[in-house]
Every structure is written in structure tokens, then in C-alpha cells.
Design a protein around this ligand. Structure first.
Ligand SMILES: [Zn+2]
Length: 443
């Protein structure tokens, strides 16, 4: 059999246009599993033909409608007709893109002000927004080369390369940073969870690693991811402020930051808020250090030749966690000091015992300085927890993987410039939140 595919357009003025966009031949004796229906190549070529027909008719009709002068309804003359290349998901299309002369009925100043393109500014980047979003989304999910390959595999669009995808993603990322934030839920207090991901840096930047700041902004019932590279964003604090406002922050309400000890992270939020924020030291990072002490003490007690008072070590190690969890940092600090002193007093005849005592002392000192450096950021974690408030930045740690490591982690063997990494981080956060809106259903 022969299959012919026609497109019929009926314009608003009643005129119709019909054209053949493809023909398929399927011989009756050729039917087998490899030869049923449409092939990917057939489908791509049909889609390309269909897109060409629709775009040409749509642009043609729109220009005709705009030729009519709004004041006197006369047809305006075409000044020139240079045509333009437009990239779409379904092919690269050369469309008519005429410039129209001004109507003579207009005042002299306007009439002489030169021709005007009725479709000017419609397509930034000479591509449809849908194609740009798809390039950005796939570029944020896969390597640029792989993204280009995937798009080309399934769609009849123009040839894709890693640089096309990278550049499009870059421009989409820049627009994401500038876009109107659009406040959703005003006057709610926010919690910002912050963490950092380390990725390989390109050699010309004179350092091995780049820090990507990743995290989440949460209000009562909404959350929004973000990612940025401080060196690359021209104002990282402004960037974060944008995210806060988008999440319903009104410029006044309380902002709480939960992060580990890295001081640059809460400082970034302070600059974004332009005022004080409540910084809470992440419970998980404290808990890990307590765990180290517990293990070291257990190791000491089990060491051969331990002759000290068991209780002297066992009990403080057990109560340390409880005091910290309930915000009794001073008591915890005293316990740490006492543990260190008791280690010093221990009769350590064997080498094993000496090593074990040394380990306990070092772990205690480690936690002691950690707490001392962040004394202001210690709170009653138990109280917060009982009131349903977050005590840990573990939610930001999910973002470290989602935004940083999966696409840019060290295992991917790619090296990044600050700007490139920043753009991918911004786009990935938007993709994971579903803010890019590749398909209309998702939006
Ligand atoms: Zn006119």
C-alpha cells in the first residue's frame, strides 16, 4: 500500500491550503516485525514536514494581520523581506520575517521613523522556548554531549552539539536568575538548609576544587532548591535573596539557617537577608563528633591493662549527647574538659593504652573547639525537635547529591569553570523543582 499524509490549513479568512508532507510505501509481502507502521526516521521526517507547514502558515497569517494599520485599516507596505532561521523542536525552519513601512496616516515623526518588524523580539536566541527548555533540562541532567545526542536521537531538530546545549543552558540559567520571583505565600518564616558540594575545577583557575553552595529554602508547606557558585554569580547574596522572595519571604520575617560549621554559608544568608538571621549548628555534625568520642572511649575501656575507674569514663561519654541535645552546651564543655583530664591521669603502661587515651583526648578536643567556635549557634535541639522544627541540614545533603554530585561530582571526571558550574547548578535546581516547565502538564 501507499500512504500519503496531507496537511490542510483553514485560515481565519476562510481560505484553505492543502499540501502533501510525506508518503510511505509498505509492500504487502514485506510485513514483518521490523517493518510495521512508522519508523523513527519516518516519524521524524513527517514531524519536520508538519512543523514546517504549521509554522509557515501561522507566521504568514500573523504578518498579514499585522499589516493592517490600526488607525486607518490600510495595508502597510513591505519594506524588505529578509527571512529568518528559527530553531524548533521539530526542525530548523526558514521563515519570512518582513519589515513593514509605517502607515502614512501617522504623524510625520512616526511615519518617517523607519520600518518595523511586526514579530520583533518574539524569539530570543532564535529558538522556540520549548526547545531551549528541553536543551537546558537535558543539559542539566546529562553531560552536554549526551544531551545533544539524546535530543538528536528522538527529534527532527537541527544538528545538536555539546556547545549548543551548553550555551543554551547558560542563557536559560542567566534568565532564571533574573526572572520575576513572584511571591506565593507572604509573611511566613523560612528555614534555609545549606551545605556545600566540592567539584573538580578546571586547571586554569589555579585551584583543585570549586565549592558549589547548595541547599533548600523551606517555608511552612513549600520548599525550593537552589545551587550557586559564589565566585561565578555576580552577586551570590542577591541570587539567594531572589530565591527567598520566591519562596514567600517578605523581607521582614524571621530566617533560620541550619548548616555545619562553615562560616561562609550563614554569612551568605546574612548578606542576602541584609540583617540578622538565626544560625543553628547542624545536629548531625555534632552527633557524628559525639559518636567518635563514644567509640574512642569504648576503645579505651576495652584496651588491655586498663586500670582506671570505668564509671569515670563511661558515664560522661553517655551523658554528653544528652546535654548537647538539650542545649546544655556549658555542661557538655565541662564534661569534655574533665574527660581530657581523666585521660591524662590514667596510668598508661602499655602502648595500646597510651594510644587509646590519646585518641579520646584528641576527639574530645576536636568537639570542644567545634562547640567553642560555634557557641552562638547551639540551641536546645530536643525542644526544637519536639515542636516539629528541623534540627539538621540533612535535607540540604540530599541537594549535595542531587544538584552537585550526580551531574558534576568527582566520579564524572569533568572539570568545571566557576561560571559553567554555576549555570548547571542553577538549572539543575530548577529542573528538580519542576520550575523549568519542559512539558505543560508538569508545570
Ligand atoms: Zn494608517
Amino acid at each position: 500500500m501507499d500512504v500519503s499524509i496531507f496537511v490542510e490549513t483553514t485560515f481565519d479568512d476562510g481560505e484553505t491550503k492543502r499540501r502533501n508532507i510525506g508518503r510511505l510505501r509498505r509492500a504487502p509481502d514485506e510485513l514483518d516485525s521490523e517493518n510495521l507502521g512508522l519508523f523513527l526516521d519516518d516519524a521524524k521526517s513527517l514531524l519536520r514536514g508538519l512543523q514546517e507547514a504549521i509554522v509557515q502558515d501561522q507566521v504568514g497569517e500573523a504578518i498579514e494581520a499585522r499589516r493592517k494599520c490600526v488607525s486607518c485599516a490600510k495595508q502597510r507596505a513591505i519594506h524588505d523581506d529578509r527571512g529568518r532561521i528559527l530553531d524548533t523542536l521539530f526542525g530548523r525552519i526558514q521563515v519570512k520575517w518582513p519589515r513593514l513601512r509605517r502607515c502614512m496616516c501617522q504623524p510625520v515623526g512616526i511615519a518617517k521613523s523607519g520600518p518595523q518588524s511586526p514579530l520583533a523580539g518574539l524569539f530570543s536566541d532564535r529558538a522556540t522556548p520549548e526547545l531551549r527548555r528541553l536543551q537546558a533540562e537535558l543539559g542539566a541532567r546529562h553531560s552536554f554531549r549526551e544531551a545533544a545526542r539524546l535530543i538528536e536521537l528522538f527529534l527532527p531538530c537541527s544538528g545538536q552539539s555539546n556547545t549548543t546545549v551548553r550555551n543554551r543552558l547558560g542563557r536559560v540559567a542567566d534568565e532564571l536568575g533574573q526572572g520575576d520571583a513572584g511571591t506565593i505565600a507572604p509573611r511566613s518564616s523560612l528555614t534555609v538548609f545549606l551545605d556545600g558540594a566540592h567539584i573538580r575545577c578546571r586547571p586554569e583557575y589555579q585551584k583543585r576544587h570549586l565549592d558549589v553552595v547548595v541547599g533548600k529554602v523551606e517555608s511552612a508547606n513549600l520548599s525550593r532548591r537552589f545551587g550557586l557558585v559564589q565566585q561565578a554569580a555576580n552577586s551570590p547574596a542577591k541570587h539567594l535573596r531572589h530565591d527567598l522572595i520566591a519562596q514567600g519571604w517578605d523581607g521582614q520575617s524571621k530566617v533560620t539557617v541550619i548548616s555545619d560549621g562553615e562560616p561562609s554559608l550563614p554569612n551568605l544568608v546574612r548578606r542576602a537577608v541584609r540583617g540578622p538571621v538565626t544560625h543553628i549548628l547542624d545536629w548531625w555534625h555534632i552527633s557524628m563528633r559525639v559518636k567518635h568520642i563514644e567509640n574512642a572511649v569504648r576503645g579505651l575501656l576495652q584496651s588491655r591493662g586498663f586500670s582506671g575507674l570505668l564509671l569515670l569514663f563511661e558515664r560522661p561519654a553517655d551523658s554528653l549527647r544528652w546535654y548537647l541535645w538539650h542545649g546544655k552546651a556549658m555542661t557538655a564543655a565541662t564534661i569534655l574538659k574533665v574527660l581530657q583530664i581523666d585521660c591524662d591521669r590514667l596510668h598508661t603502661e602499655t602502648r595500646e593504652l597510651r594510644e587509646a587515651a590519646k585518641r579520646v583526648r584528641a576527639r574530645c578536643q576536636d568537639l570542644y573547639s567545634y562547640l567553642a567556635n560555634h557557641f552562638d549557634a547551639l540551641v536546645d535541639y530536643g525542644h526544637r525537635h519536639r515542636n516539629g522544627l528541623a534540627v539538621s541540614s540533612s535535607r540540604a545533603e540530599g541537594c549535595v547529591d542531587d544538584i552537585g554530585n550526580t551531574r558534576m561530582g568527582k566520579r564524572r571526571r569533568m572539570r568545571w569553570s566557576p561560571r559553567g558550574a554555576h549555570r548547571v547548578a542553577v538549572t539543575r535546581a530548577a529542573v528538580l523543582d519542576g520550575r523549568l516547565g519542559v512539558s505543560k502538564q508538569a508545570a
